[in-house]
Design a protein around this ligand. Sequence first.
Ligand code: SF4
Ligand code: SF4
Length: 78
Amino acid sequence: MSNAVWPLPQIDLTRCNGCGECEMRCPTGAVEVHGYKATIVRPADCTFCDICESYCPEGAIGRPFAVVFAPEAQMIKE
Ligand code: SF4
Ligand code: SF4
């Protein structure tokens, strides 16, 4: 079980038209449309998948990218 904490999808409210596609397709119910704008209502349930991002017709929701450095490589002694 991972304890990873994902960044949340970012929503550009100037582009979101409230179509509800993200809410209908989100597998965890993490995003809903309120007042014609998408909102992450259950951040703990967001699995950082790419579904809302893939289906949004306006390109209004997307996952921010983070640069993550891998743990230092273990030195192997021969
Ligand atoms: S799919 Fe895109 S445009 Fe439609 S409600 Fe969600 S974020 Fe807004
Ligand atoms: S990234 Fe996946 S789980 Fe998170 S809000 Fe979008 S569709 Fe839902």
